[in-house]
Design a binder for this molecule. Structure first.
Ligand code: CIZ
Length: 301
């Protein structure tokens, strides 16, 4: 592992590359990355970096977002088939149908969506800014794709809006049940339970806090509590356990492991740099329209 890391550093210098890793990546990948964070944070870094090559350790929609914001850079996704089943639940044509059914309603797409879906949407959002994005729209009725759980969370936090949901959920977060929270509360009565809004509304209701990965990390870092139960993908525990050594950090459910995020290993990062693969391309007309939806989001937050 140490040798591989040295080889990666060497290739990185040779190719003028930067390694970005999502909070859900394996510990070995997060440890080798130059920057670790959520997709928006990483895409902003991708847009600002002087490096010519960006190795995006995450899933396809994240690497595509980085490519859309940095079209002149080479963006590499180390594992070609690291996808997002939630993003795959909705297509550009599904969004066009929704727009025909609700012609006066703007479309908000969660960042977990394809470039085609972003291109058909008025504005993009992440789990960290979804409430703000929806609240910023003047229309009362808003189409929200693809995550119904995040949509429900938004609907509860914005006043005077009617949301039209798509029926998508994240299979990993959907595994958590309110019973998992009650069990943990019994075992660790002092613990704070922090969950992602991709969990079901019942789970969010039973938790102490719901937020994006970065918000969960910030909460656990700044709280005076000593024990935290984390209800999102296990990768989030990597940073918390290394920086919050005085605190106890547990995973809410053993199934909180995203199989797509876990496809990328340190070896995949090495292979990506060595072979300059797999290059992300987004068709120009799609990228241009998708960029508008992303830029509008950035203007709101
Ligand atoms: O925005 C992201 O990166 C995702 C998919 C989740 C989160 O909460 O960070």
């Amino acid at each position: 592992m140490v040798e591989l890391k040295k080889e990666i550093d060497k290739l990185k210098r040779e190719h003028n590359a930067v390694i970005l890793a999502h909070n859900y990546q394996l510990d070995e990948v997060q440890d080798a990355a130059d920057h670790v964070g959520d997709s928006l944070y990483l895409s902003n870094i991708a847009a600002k970096t002087d490096c010519e090559v960006i190795v995006f350790c995450g899933v396809r929609f994240m690497a595509e977002t980085a490519k859309i914001l940095s079209p002149d850079k080479v963006v590499l996704l180390p594992e070609m088939d690291a996808g997002c089943p939630l993003a795959d639940t909705v297509t550009g044509s599904d969004v066009r149908n929704l727009k025909r059914q609700h012609p006066k309603s703007p479309v908000v797409c969660y960042v977990n969506s394809s470039s085609e879906v972003k291109a058909e949407s008025d504005i993009c959002c992440t789990s960290a800014n979804a409430v703000k994005v929806v609240a910023s729209l003047p229309e009362r009725k808003v189409i929200f794709v693809p995550d119904a759980n995040l949509g429900n969370y938004v609907a509860k936090h914005v006043v005077g809006k009617e949301l039209v949901f798509w029926d998508g959920v994240c299979n990993t977060h959907a595994k958590v049940q309110p019973g998992d929270i009650y069990l943990m509360k019994e075992k660790y009565p002092e613990a704070k339970i922090l969950v992602h809004p991709e969990c079901s509304p019942d789970v969010v209701e039973a938790a102490d806090f719901a937020g994006s990965t970065s918000e969960i990390i910030r909460y656990a870092e700044s709280s005076t509590a000593r024990t935290f139960i984390i209800g999102t993908e296990v990768g989030v525990l990597c940073q918390l356990r290394s920086t919050q050594t005085q605190k106890q950090i547990f995973l809410l459910h053993p199934g909180l492991v995203c199989p797509n995020m876990k496809k990328t290993r340190l070896q995949s990062v090495y292979d990506a740099l060595l072979n300059k693969r797999y290059k992300i391309q987004v068709e120009e007309s799609v990228a241009e329209k998708a960029k508008q939806a992303i830029t509008r989001m950035l203007e709101v937050v």
